[in-house]
Design a protein around this ligand. Structure first.
Ligand code: SAH
Length: 361
């Protein structure tokens, strides 16, 4: 039994079952034993691989997307460039390199990294500090980012790490799905009493059939609303990329360890724990806060529209045959519907009246 499992079993015995959201938060962010406290989870030797780790093209194209938004916003002199959950910093390093095309943007930007992992903060500092005249600032949450200036925000595979609540429909009533302890002292799912935390359920959701399950991510909804409010007040654009759908997905809680599925309650803290992103719900929260939302569109379509073919061709010109094959394979992995192209979606939040950003037209 992992140290975190022992702590959770004890806590549940004393204080009662945890919501799935509380469980997720403990597993990922526990100050001593949380998953993101352990080390670098990314890459072939880690637990999962993300788009910016697959190819530099991903971050470069997003950098050009930011350049385009900065120009459309009238080249403002102070830009708060925010990345939520920057991982190793690869996406941002590639984006900043591409943004050298417009030195005015590099001079205007202040980089803000929202990151909970001390190990990943160190990776980000090593990679990004040498690229910038003004050192980046790290934050525990988006609310800490200074409110002045125009906002450009990037979040790749961040919202999937935010805790979700799960509710099951039984005999005409909602029950919150909880994490409790079974007779053999192991963590187990159970349903709470009817009516738990009903206030969290948005009133316009149609109830699913008997036994159906829905997920709600209050942390994601309030974050999308906060980003939208910042854009409405000071101008800017946000690009959110993640796996998920336009609506709620049913039970999408999943753990991954060493690139393979892992039971979500086994050895908590040893595996990444995520849920699919409900883009429709995020879009609703951002629109209610007064911003305009574009997408979600499939990641493959988004990357094609912002020029991945041209970028791959340029890179291939100076490449060896082996490198050329790797560039083609990476492009296929990012864009192919059978790989990341359809499961992953991109969504943009911009000011009302702003034209659709590249990739969303
Ligand atoms: N965007 C990166 C990493 C994705 S993994 C990439 O595409 O490669 C998720 C990232 O979000 C990690 O950097 C993780 O440490 C960070 N993270 C997860 N939950 C967080 C939270 N609640 N607050 C701040 N950072 C968080």
């Amino acid at each position: 039994m992992s140290t975190l499992e022992q702590a959770l079993v004890r806590r549940i015995r004393i204080a009662g079952p945890l919501t799935v959201a509380d469980y997720m938060a403990e597993v990922l962010l526990h100050p001593a034993h949380g998953y993101y406290r352990r080390g670098d989870p990314l890459g072939a030797a880690g637990d999962f691989t993300t788009a910016p780790e697959i190819s530099q093209m991903f971050g470069e194209l997003i950098g050009l997307w930011c350049v385009d938004q900065w120009m459309r916003l009238g080249e403002p002199p102070l830009v708060r460039l925010v990345e939520l959950g920057p991982g190793r910093g690869s996406l941002m390093a590639d984006a900043l390199r591409a943004a050298r095309l417009r030195p005015g943007l590099l001079a205007a930007l202040r980089l803000h990294l929202v990151e909970s992992s001390p190990v990943l903060r160190e990776c980000q500092a090593r990679l990004l500090c040498p690229m910038l005249a003004v050192a980046p600032e790290w934050h525990d949450g988006f609310a800490e980012v200074p409110a002045d200036g125009v906002l450009l925000l990037i979040a790749n595979e961040f919202f999937d790490a935010l805790p979700v609540h799960q509710f099951v429909r039984r005999a005409g009533a909602w029950h919150e799905r909880m994490v409790t302890v079974d007779e053999s002292d192991h963590l187990a799912f159970a349903l709470g009493p009817p009516g738990t935390a009903l206030a969290l359920l948005s009133p316009d959701r149609r109830p699913p059939p008997e036994g159906g399950l829905i997920e709600i991510c209050p942390a994601g909804l309030s974050l999308a609303a906060a980003i939208a409010r910042r854009i409405v007040a000071g101008g800017g654009a946000a690009l959110i990329i993640d796996y998920g759908d336009d609506g709620a997905a049913g039970d999408s809680l999943q753990a991954v360890s060493r690139h393979a599925p892992h039971p979500p309650l086994a050895e908590p803290g040893s595996a990444d724990l995520t849920a699919h992103v409900d883009f429709g719900a995020l879009a609703g929260a951002a629109a209610t806060a007064g911003a305009a939302v574009h997408g979600p569109v499939a990641q493959g379509d988004f990357l094609q529209r912002i020029g991945i073919a041209a970028r791959a061709a340029t890179l291939a010109e100076r490449a060896t045959p082996a490198e050329r094959a790797a560039i083609a394979a990476a492009r296929q992995r990012l864009c192919d519907p059978g790989e990341m192209g359809t499961l992953f979606k991109a969504m943009a939040i911009v000011g009302v009246g702003a034209p659709a950003p590249p990739g969303f037209a």
